[in-house]
Design a protein around this ligand. Sequence first.
Ligand SMILES: Cc1cc2nc3c(=O)[nH]c(=O)nc-3n(C[C@H](O)[C@H](O)[C@H](O)COP(=O)(O)OP(=O)(O)OC[C@H]3O[C@@H](n4cnc5c(N)ncnc54)[C@H](O)[C@@H]3O)c2cc1C
Length: 658
Amino acid sequence: MSLSPEDRRLGLDRPITRRDFLNGVALAVGGGAGGFAQAADDPGAPGSPGGFAGQTLAAAAWMHARRDGAPRPEPPPFDAAEGETADLVVVGAGISGLAAAWLYRRHGPRDARVLVLDALPEPGGHAQRNEFVARDGRRVIGYGGSEALDSPSLWSPATQRVIRELGIDLKRFQTWYDAGWLERHGLVQHATWFDAASWGEAKLVRHPPDMRPAEWVAQLPLKAAARADLLALLEGRRDPFPRWPRARKRARLAELTYERFVVETLGLDPQVAQFYNARTRSLIGVGADATSALDAWALGLPGFDAMKLGDAPDARMSPSGRQAKAGRDEYIYHFPDGNAGVVRCLLRALVPDCFPDARTDIESLVVARRDDAALDVPGAPVRIRLNASVVDVRHAGGDPRRARAVDVAWADAQGTLRTVRARQVVLACFHRAIPFMCPELPAAQVEALNDQVKVPLIYGNVLLGNWRAFKRAGIPAIRTPGLVWDEMRLDFPVSIGDYRFADDPSEPVLLHLGAVVLDGPRGAPERAQCAAGRRRLAALRFEDLEREIRATLDGALGEFGFDAARDIEAITLNRWAHGYAYEYMRPWDDFWPDGPLPCVAARRGWGRIAIANADAGAYAYVQGAIDQAARAVAELLPSAKLPPWWTTPGPRLHDLAR
Ligand SMILES: Cc1cc2nc3c(=O)[nH]c(=O)nc-3n(C[C@H](O)[C@H](O)[C@H](O)COP(=O)(O)OP(=O)(O)OC[C@H]3O[C@@H](n4cnc5c(N)ncnc54)[C@H](O)[C@@H]3O)c2cc1C
């Protein structure tokens, strides 16, 4: 890679730590004369104690080979004399698989032996930690995937119970999360960065939340007509369906995308829709060009005031839309490593020796070293085996109704195949992987499993030596409509135990960058945009993303003293090709909300096998992963007397009244 003088001014030639994980596998970053210089040591590299490796290419290789037409590998027959056995084999060590293992151990057969297999070199699936050591020697912990526990007041009794029994007392976040931090440092302004390529002019627009729209809209680098239309939208005085009853208005909004609502129904300038397009991406998984106007309303986008739509969620909203409309919880339930903190709690509950330095509290767990050698010890009641790709799952003897066991064939990192025999199995991996490993499935179920098209995302962490420029600008975050990133935001102000958040602006801090990576024609259904986005996600070059990050921060914050070459100490990109579970939504899914839902057909267990994973609820949250684990384990234990919290339905988001 050759660098221009401008690249050098921005610091692309600086020897910082650069990490790039495509689905978690560490990719080579740049290199060559005049290109990137890597920092000499990388304490957070994969395999090191603070390292992260999410979904890896090696891990995906078996499933991708099958997708590309490779024949089903011939599993070695189970060796009755010496072969490994378990009462339960769980495929997938994400939150759903680990929760299933935990529930089975608590309420399944006495002294059940559980083996969890995962293709990755790290447990946790989507919930992963990124770790850094700043130049001043400070250890900085961030999240590379799943961010925070969301809307606990809407959780089912089962999720509430599991989280509580893991030792996570949600009330503690009231003190761990510094609610006064923003005000104390004057980080109270909204900020949007308009890049020249998308908007014709490079400009940072800041304004206090209570500023009159007329004042801040006047500063936006939009066409004059678009500014006037945006103001009209924000004032929300127009009801396009004045004579319709509320129910009919809602029904109509479910059938329109927000973009069509703005441009066609209200007749406003398309630049207005462009301005809001990225706003829905991080929650709904697609831009406002493909999000229903009803979901956009739930998320607080403007234009609906005069329509008097009421306050209640609507069954036609996507689960995330309903949750946003119904939710009353603060967004504070965040461990420094995001929901990888929940994974740590699950691991400790399953394999108590895997955090040898931790006490029984949460505080010490946050900074504790994980001993991966303890995860898979012969004779232990729970074994968690990493780098183990499951390639074949079928009932021993062939007939699921009569079989007394299931044979699970898995490949180790060298590609050697082995077969373990289990009394029962939970498949807690992605739904689309299941048909490749299970020859027993009927075609209709394969079709239902393949309906899950996950949302591709990148979560970036940029380690800054300090956050003085943010303080001077009075902003905690910058929206970036037009860039691949949706937003750049200073890390959560969370301190737990010995781990302290960077309260002082002179301290190193992480800047979190989130992007839902989509592609294809505007206004295409989410599934199509995600499938095309997955290809784009793999093709985006680290150096181009780094250049954009540096140029954006330099352009937006240069006047406040930010120097990209000096202040950026490390960049980690976590590319999640198979990210959020797809959530059903109007106007694309005719079966939503009345059914029949593909996920219900997809998750049907058979014989001694049950299906978990967030995909099984088509609901991309930790609580979705745990609820599906509880359902799957209950299916395997039909004669067990399960406690009421397990079987009592909560305010399930699929069942909200219309
Ligand atoms: C970037 C991102 C941010 C998110 N943010 C939030 C948030 O803020 N709050 C929230 O509540 N939820 C969030 N979510 C969603 C939430 O994290 C997920 O719903 C949950 O973690 C999914 O857990 P899971 O166990 O169902 O699936 P996964 O975590 O995907 O685990 C599945 C596991 O199966 C393994 N596997 C797949 N194939 C095989 C095979 N053949 N053999 C062996 N193993 C296999 C995979 O390696 C993986 O580890 C986020 C998700 C992403 C991707």
